[in-house]
Design a binder for this molecule. Structure first.
Ligand SMILES: [Cu+2]
Length: 239
């Protein structure tokens, strides 16, 4: 019923930016990891050659010959540089996403986050023990989430009872569902298909079964469903 793609970037604009950022973070983490483990393995060999080093230990002083502090400085600079790289890359990606959304769909991320964007579909998501209800502006209530492809969607998420977390992992959407509070989330689904919806906050014995599906439809088919006031839609499962 559900597919679990390794690379979800073509499914939504949010999936694309988070996937790219994840790749970047992972690369930085792997490089740092290699450096740390290489140091762990090499340092004992380096120090075992100069046994005097043990006698030279003083607080705040790195034992060994002069110049070793320079290596330390380089390592510290590399670590700080990697933090900076992650920060800068995140900033650039989110800005690129913001200008793309504004160019293509005429809405800003701020409007989407505020839940007030012209042309965006607003879906009220309610979590409960143990399931989800989706309510549309024309009054349709459905336990399957139908979405149009190529149009921004805003999720206004809340809960009837305990803490839940609404997530469509393949679209890289995740929003806390808190009773008495409405949290916003948004995405732009790109590829028609069926996606898994799952709760990501342990909420009781039924948590693991708190699963539903999001069906992304071509815009015409979505409009057809929407205008039919939510009659059950039989969608051929493909792929
Ligand atoms: Cu839950």
């Amino acid at each position: 019923m559900f597919h679990y793609p390794f690379d979800p970037s073509q499914f939504s604009e949010t999936a694309r930016v988070w996937w790219n950022l994840f790749g970047f973070y992972l690369t930085v983490a792997i490089l740092l990891g290699i450096a740390v483990y290489a140091a762990l393995v090499l340092i004992p060999f380096i120090y075992s050659r100069s046994r005097k080093a043990v006698d030279e230990i003083k607080p705040g002083v790195v034992p060994g010959e002069r110049g070793r502090n320079a290596y330390l400085a380089v390592i510290v600079v590399l670590i700080l540089a990697s933090f900076l790289a992650v920060f800068v890359e995140s900033y650039i990606s989110v800005n690129e996403l913001a200008s793309l959304i504004e160019e293509e769909y005429g809405v800003t991320i701020e409007q989407l986050q505020a839940g007030e964007a012209d042309g965006a579909l607003v879906v009220e998501v309610r979590g409960f023990q143990w399931g989800w209800t989706f309510k549309y502006p024309n009054g349709i209530e459905s336990d399957v989430l139908y979405l149009p492809a190529g149009r921004p969607v805003i999720f206004k998420v809340t809960s009837d009872d305990v803490f839940h977390a609404f997530s469509i992992p393949d679209l890289r959407v995740k929003v806390d569902a808190i009773p008495g509070q409405v949290n916003m989330g948004w995405t732009v689904p790109q590829t028609p298909g069926t996606y898994r919806i799952q709760c990501y906050e342990l909420c009781g014995v039924g948590h693991a079964e708190m699963i539903s599906k999001a069906v992304v439809l071509p815009p015409e088919l979505f409009d057809f469903w929407y205008e039919s006031l939510g009659e059950e839609l039989v969608v051929e499962e493909g792929g």
